[in-house]
Design a protein around this ligand. Structure first.
Ligand SMILES: O=C[C@H](O)COP(=O)(O)O
Length: 280
């Protein structure tokens, strides 16, 4: 597994788009990845997490320019599990990441810490990087949020550790209350929690090379305020317009001390970053 660059910028399309629109989005983002100096110069890497049915197409479109992940995986590797998708199959196709523990999986599909633990071990067993979503359910004090996230992290890796599985993890800090909201958590809150997570990870040689990124209504304008404490962003609605991804890469270039490219306009129309939910 190659080391991640300074910033990882990823997006999940959740179940917002049709397959056709997902592929259109993938093609636009792949073109940005192919041409943007932040990616070409190695300051950032992009990843995309489309719905399962769009994964093979996304792998083709992003070949060599961005990583692709799955939004979920089975806790088991193979067998009589109708409707499940094995991490082994995802890895076989060329996926790099498997998203685990998203707040929506916990809230809507009853996934608890035990499920997250089993799926994290399954991802590592399959050679996938867990894209491990952590976050406190209620808005509150950053110290308590950090303690809860560290508890969730240690719990998620417990079975993997007991089985001797190791490898980098992409930790997506996503406070549940900031997902699907009009705006992200406050930069000071994000920075405090992510700094604590990074410090925790530094003490875990089994997971050397891990990254801590922030998600939850993240979009253009945020990275510059939290760059000292995070390794990137996990985008949702505010990446639906591919131009927003280019703008965020421009921000990476600015932080890294390079000039932004012509690939990003520097601004995106206000109506393109409004709350999503009806896109197909
Ligand atoms: O998977 C991405 C996160 O849940 C963030 O989604 P959001 O930016 O639409 O709140």
């Amino acid at each position: 597994m190659a080391e991640f660059p300074r910033f990882l910028i990823g997006a999940s399309t959740k179940m917002y788009f049709s397959h056709a629109r997902t592929m259109e989005w993938c093609r636009a983002v792949a073109e940005i990845a192919r041409t943007h100096p932040a990616v070409r110069g190695g300051d950032a890497a992009l990843f995309a997490v489309p719905g399962f049915l769009s994964v093979p197409g996304a792998l083709e479109v992003f070949d060599g320019v961005a990583m692709v992940g799955v939004q979920d995986l089975a806790a088991e590797d193979h067998g009589p599990f109708t409707g499940e998708v094995s991490g082994r199959q995802a890895a076989e196709l060329g996926c790099v990441l498997a998203e685990i523990g998203h707040a929506e999986r916990r809230r809507l599909f009853g996934e608890d810490d035990a499920v997250v633990r089993a799926k994290t071990a399954a991802a590592l067993r399959s050679g996938l990087v867990p894209l491990l979503c952590l976050g406190e359910p209620e808005r509150g004090d950053p110290d308590r949020a950090a303690a809860e996230c560290i508890r969730q992290f240690d719990d998620a890796l417990a079975s993997a550790g007991a089985s001797g599985l190791s490898g980098p993890v992409v930790v997506a800090y996503e406070p549940h209350w900031a997902i699907g909201a009009p705006e992200p958590a406050a930069p000071e809150h994000i920075a405090a929690v992510c700094a604590a997570l990074r410090a925790h990870l530094r003490g875990l040689p089994a997971h050397a090379g891990s990254a801590v990124i922030y998600g939850g209504s993240a979009g253009p304008g945020l990275l510059g305020r939290i760059a000292h404490a995070v390794d990137g962003l996990f985008l949702g609605r505010f990446a639906h317009d591919p131009a927003a991804v280019a703008v965020i890469l421009d921000e990476v270039s600015n932080i890294a001390g390079h000039k932004p490219s012509r690939a990003g306009s520097g601004t995106i129309p206000a109506d393109s970053i409004g709350a999503g939910g009806t896109d197909v």
